[in-house]
Design a protein around this ligand. Structure first.
Ligand SMILES: O=P(O)(O)OC[C@H]1O[C@H](OP(=O)(O)OP(=O)(O)O)[C@H](O)[C@@H]1O
Ligand SMILES: Nc1ncnc2[nH]cnc12
Length: 183
C-alpha cells in the first residue's frame, strides 16, 4: 500500500471541485488547487516516487498539459528522461499523430518519432483518468514508436467514466492516488 487513509483525505481536501466546467453537467476536479499547496504537491510526487522507484522504467511520457506538471518532477526524482506528448503542431521534429475523444470534445496528440526506442520501458503519467481516451491515444503513439508501456499512473481517477475498462481492453492496468466515484 503506497498511501494511508489520512494522505488520501489530505489530497482530496487539496483538490477543488468545480460544477458545470467546462460545460453543463461536468464535475471538474481541479488540480491547480493541489499545485498551489506545497505540502500536497510534495506529497503527490513523493507517493508516486515511492510507487515507481527501482522498477526499471527508462522514460516517463506525459501528455500536454497537466501530464507535464506531474510527469516532469517525477522523472527527475526517478532519474529518468521525460518525453512530452503534445497537442498538434508544437513538436519541432518528425512526429506520429493520433486523434482521440475527450469527456468534453475531441483533439489530436503527437509524439516525436525519435523520442523512444524499442528498448524503452515507459511509465505514462497524467493528472486524471476520465474516459481513458487521452491515455489510449498516448499508448498508441508510444507503441507506434515501438516502445513498451509498462505502467500508467494518475493523481485522480473517475471510475464512473469507464477509463479503467477501456484501458484494460488494450492490456493496461492504471493506478491512481485518489478516486472519485458517485460523489
Ligand atoms: O481520460 P480522458 O477522458 O481522456 O480525460 C483525461 C484528460 O483530460 C484532461 O486533459 P485536457 O485534454 O482537458 O487537456 P489539458 O491537460 O491541456 O487541460 C486531463 O488532463 C487528462 O489528460
Ligand atoms: N471531470 C474532469 N475534471 C478535470 N479534468 C478532466 N479531464 C477530463 N475530465 C475531467
Amino acid at each position: 500500500m503506497v498511501m494511508n487513509e489520512q494522505q488520501i483525505v489530505q489530497l482530496k481536501a487539496a483538490i477543488k471541485t468545480i460544477p458545470n466546467y467546462p460545460s453543463e453537467g461536468i464535475l471538474f476536479r481541479d488540480v491547480t488547487s493541489l499545485l498551489e499547496n506545497a505540502e500536497a504537491f510534495a506529497l503527490t510526487i513523493n507517493l508516486l516516487t515511492k510507487k515507481y522507484e527501482n522498477q526499471g522504467f527508462t522514460k516517463i511520457v506525459g501528455t500536454e498539459a497537466r501530464g507535464f506538471i506531474f510527469g516532469a518532477p517525477l522523472a527527475l526524482a526517478l532519474g529518468i528522461g521525460f518525453i512530452p506528448v503534445r497537442k498538434p503542431g508544437k513538436l519541432p521534429r518528425a512526429t506520429y499523430s493520433q486523434a482521440y475523444q475527450l469527456e468534453y470534445g475531441e483533439d489530436v496528440l503527437e509524439i516525436h518519432r525519435d523520442a523512444l526506442t524499442a528498448d524503452d520501458k515507459v511509465l505514462i503519467i497524467d493528472d486524471l483518468l476520465a474516459t481513458g481516451g487521452t491515455i489510449e491515444a498516448t499508448t498508441k503513439l508510444i507503441r507506434c514508436v515501438g516502445a513498451k508501456v509498462k505502467d500508467l499512473g494518475f493523481i485522480i481517477s473517475l471510475p464512473d467514466l469507464g477509463g479503467e475498462k477501456r484501458l484494460a481492453a488494450i492490456g493496461l492496468t492504471p493506478y491512481s492516488l485518489v478516486q472519485y466515484a458517485g460523489e
